[in-house]
Write a protein that binds this ligand. Structure first.
Ligand SMILES: [Mn+2]
Length: 454
């Protein structure tokens, strides 16, 4: 039913190549010492109820470094004869388990199809890992991801501490490699950008389908069904985060996910929804009138938010501090509300973080990194200085204004009661300026009014 739309999107992008995985591994391993041991642990499957488990999603670092996504796996790297050897522990082939749970690639399949040097059964993890730990001086592992790994590492350190007096070896030190990996993940390669663009295009069309099906009386959950259905139809793995589908006063709740209300005539509907494709997230928000026509009050607020978003997107340029888009968006929002008479302070006063009135109506940041995690890794203020944007970084720009008439803490102007507007796109920083990955998703008042309820 959505085949024509999918055809217009075009074919799925290429997979990440084995060479690229090797290059990523090397960029990390080249920072390490010859007697280091790198361990990439992965979370265990978690139970939803009784015999039913939550859909499994492996760690983003694992996806980044080797692309393996099956459960019960661990990636390890250690030097052997002066060269790094990457070992992947996986579920072994096992016909009975495979009949129940699905086919496994096993050790052979892993070695053949992934950028690794050695594959081992997860059943041998402890015995092999203890050997590796005992021949290393420093372990790089993120703790509290896989408690089994934590236990093995801790036991080895304890044993070595005891041996120290007798034998003079150890104890080994432990370091979290997350910071090093985050630095790599922050800058996206051409192949990653293709995946992110696909994710954003599918999510854009899902929003358009929701726009077409919006009319007074429709349930928020029904629009959620259309969006999630389109995500799956577009061959993504589904949502990157729970959909926010808020109509009326629900649009003024930043992370509303109940999605069980009816969309009424005269209300604004705010939808924040993104999908995940090959691990890569998109994150898009649009806000539109349920009845297809912005009222004067709704249009006034909408246009301020859109103007602030366009100005902020234009600041996503190489060399700009990461928070410049936020400062620019805040300036446009505050001036807009001053012009409408909502804020009685002057611009400087309105922007004051403690006393400025803008904070009543705009209470969140204007964006975040996006990649394998929707709120992606990467330090925003290395050495307590704002990060300067570089080519290949991807961030969201998502200003908003929220007039919750239900709030006891503020006097909401009656004219704007329960108008909640957020407009969010995913922006790639390029040599030629900002590239909006989610540009297929309409956002001008004219475009929206032409689509809603179509
Ligand atoms: Mn976001």
């Amino acid at each position: 039913m959505w085949d024509e739309i999918l055809a217009s999107i075009g074919p799925e992008p290429a997979q990440i190549s084995l060479e690229e995985y090797r290059a990523r591994q090397n960029r990390l391993l080249n920072q390490l010492r010859p007697d280091d041991l790198l361990i990439i642990p992965n979370p265990a499957h978690s139970t939803r109820s009784n015999d039913v488990e939550y859909p499994y999603r492996t760690s983003s670092d694992m996806i980044y470094l080797c692309g393996w996504t099956d459960l019960d796996s661990t990636m390890v790297a250690q030097q052997v004869n002066g060269a790094w050897e990457v070992t992947l522990f996986v579920q072994p082939k096992d016909v009975l388990s495979e009949i129940w749970e699905g086919r496994r690639l096993g050790k052979e399949g892993a070695l053949e199809n992934f950028a690794i040097d050695r594959a081992e059964s997860k059943d041998d993890l402890e015995i092999v890992l203890i050997d590796m730990i005992n021949s290393s001086k420093r372990i790089l592992v993120k703790s509290a991801v896989d408690t089994t790994i934590d236990e093995i590492v801790n036991n080895c350190i304890t044993a070595q501490s005891r041996d120290r007096q007798k034998l003079g070896i150890g104890p080994i030190s432990v370091e979290d490699p997350s910071g090093r990996i985050s630095e790599l993940r922050l800058r996206k390669s051409a192949a990653e950008i293709d995946l992110m663009r696909y994710s954003a295009v599918v999510a854009s069309h899902a929003h358009i389908e929701a726009m077409k099906n919006t009319k007074p009386g429709v349930g928020e959950w029904q629009l959620e069904g259309i969006i999630e259905g389109f995500f799956k139809y577009g061959k993504t793995s589904g949502i990157a985060y729970p959909c926010i589908i808020g109509s009326g006063d629900n649009a003024t709740i930043l992370h509303y996910t109940v999605n069980d209300d009816i969309c009424e005539d005269g209300e604004i509907l705010l939808i924040d929804a993104g999908c995940e494709y090959k691990g890569y997230a998109s994150d898009i928000t649009r806000s539109w009138p349920v009845n297809g026509k912005f009222s004067t009050s709704q249009a006034e607020i909408y246009q301020i938010v859109l103007d602030s978003q366009l100005a902020a997107i234009d600041a996503c340029r190489i060399g700009n501090p990461y928070d410049l888009p936020h400062e620019i968006a805040r300036g446009v929002l505050a001036q807009g509300l001053i012009d409408l008479g909502v804020i009685s302070q002057n611009l400087e006063e309105a922007l004051d973080p403690t006393d400025g009135e803008l904070r009543f109506w705009y209470m969140h940041n204007t964006g975040h990194w996006i990649g394998l995690d929707v709120h992606d890794v990467g330090v925003y203020r290395p050495d307590n200085e704002p990060r300067l944007l570089e080519e290949g970084m991807v961030l969201t720009v998502e200003p908003g204004l929220y007039f919750g008439a239900w709030r006891p803490d503020v006097n909401c102007p009656e004219k704007y009661a329960n108008i909640g507007i957020r407009i969010e796109d995913d922006i790639l920083v390029t040599k030629d300026g900002p590239d909006v990955l989610s540009k297929n998703c309409p956002k001008t008042i004219e475009e929206l009014e032409g689509i809603i309820g179509e």
